[in-house]
Design a protein around this ligand. Structure first.
Ligand SMILES: [Fe+2]
Ligand SMILES: [Fe+2]
Ligand SMILES: [Fe+2]
Ligand SMILES: [Fe+2]
Length: 399
């Protein structure tokens, strides 16, 4: 039966507060957990971080003391949710292992969204971006083998392939060319808004993560690779956030945020394999239903419209983590040489792109290239995980 979050009753806000014991969740087992459980945790952490940051921005634009207090109360709960979710990650994983999991999320979540996205222009934005995070996964996997002497298949577990995508050095575009055209809020499918918010939040969290953990390494190649890929994640946040129609009022944006939280917790509750983690998705869904009700009240009061006018009549099919190998291979075969020009896409290196490339490279090979050369020199070959045959764009495995 279709699930309409606007028609469901959640946990009253007064009863959502948890004590330290309840927040002290048991982490997943790093050796036996389903890699996609870890992907769901990383995704929901990004969503909750966005919920907290967005609410702070909203509060800074809100002169009404009573509304500010209500935002603060809900935001405190969002912050507790973020703690409960992110603390499911086990402390025994290294930063680089978590990084590889972040890029696995970027690959399989963005590929799913691209497959489900009804709008051609928006789908193109996801197809474009996914080939870049796919390449980051390959660069970090080589760094991992080189400095931790382990293989990325231990983390991605054959669910996601590891091989070159659009080479990372080609991701450094002029910032002007990272801004896309937004969807039109009055005509877009409700699903498209949810997709844009989800991927924007996931990329934002990846950007924040790399900007914080990158300098914690001592190995120069690791420090430099995090710097380089960290800059690409800045480009990705710019790319995805520009898809959202800025004509949406802040109250409409709040409504979309809470609705999207309901959608994702519901999706993950439906697809979760770990029963303990599933309980958390279910609990948080029941909290979000109340956040959504409160956001809907604010929307009605300040926008004078009914939430039904902007939200879907029921939740779309659940967002699902599953292998996207065939889909990615098709994109590799057809779109690996794309770049952006203005708000569109082209296949040739244009003048502004070339100028940016020269400016950031400074006549040297960037870390994303050197990490492969260095690992070949140390391990005797580069690291790849090609489970479905040779590379579809002819980028051969080399020793
Ligand atoms: Fe939340
Ligand atoms: Fe990435
Ligand atoms: Fe990214
Ligand atoms: Fe929420």
């Amino acid at each position: 039966m279709a699930f309409d979050p606007l028609q469901q009753r959640g946990i009253p806000l007064d009863e959502q507060l948890r004590d330290w014991r309840e927040l002290n969740v048991t982490p997943i087992d790093p050796d036996h957990a389903d890699p996609y459980t870890r992907c769901r945790i990383i995704t929901m952490n990004g969503i909750e971080v966005e919920a907290v940051l967005f609410s702070h921005q909203l509060a800074r634009h809100c002169p009404d003391l009573e509304i500010k207090r209500q935002l603060a109360r809900v935001r405190y709960i969002e912050a507790q949710q973020q703690k409960a979710v992110n603390w499911l990650l086990p402390g025994s994983s290294s930063v680089l292992e978590t990084t590889i999991a972040y890029e696995q999320v970027a690959v399989d979540l963005t590929a799913w969204v691209a497959r489900m996205e009804p709008d051609d222009y928006l789908r193109q934005a996801y197809q474009f971006g996914v080939l870049e995070d796919f390449d980051h996964l390959y660069r970090y996997a080589n760094l991992y083998e080189m400095i931790e002497h382990r293989k990325a298949e231990k983390i991605v577990d054959n669910l996601t392939e590891v091989m070159p995508g659009r080479p990372t050095y080609l991701h450094h575009r002029d910032p002007m060319d990272n801004v896309r055209q937004p969807y039109e809020r009055s005509v877009t499918e409700p699903l498209s808004r949810l997709h844009a918010l989800t991927i924007m939040s996931a990329e934002q969290q990846t950007m924040n993560f790399y900007m914080n953990v990158g300098p914690m390494y001592m190995e120069p190649i690791a420090r430099q690779l995090y710097q380089e890929i960290g800059m690409v994640e800045e480009e990705h946040v710019t790319h995805y956030e520009s898809l959202v129609d800025p004509g949406e009022s802040l109250w409409e944006q709040l409504l979309n945020h809470e609705y999207n939280e309901c959608y994702l917790y519901y999706s993950f509750m439906e697809t979760e394999s770990d029963p303990k983690v599933k309980n958390i998705w279910e609990l948080h869904l029941n909290m979000e239903l109340e956040h959504l009700r409160l956001a809907a009240e604010l929307f009605k009061r300040f926008d004078g419209r009914d939430p039904d006018q902007v939200l879907a009549p029921a939740l779309p099919p659940p967002v699902t983590f599953e292998p996207n190998k065939g889909y990615i291979r098709e994109l590799l075969a057809t779109q690996i040489d794309c770049t952006t020009l203005g708000t569109g896409y082209v296949r040739e290196a244009h003048e502004r792109f070339t100028r940016m490339q020269e400016a950031v490279m400074g006549g040297e090979k960037p870390a994303s290239e050197r990490v492969i050369d260095d690992n070949r020199a140390i391990s005797g070959r580069e690291y790849r995980l090609e489970t479905e045959g040779p590379h579809p764009a002819g980028l051969q495995f080399s020793r």
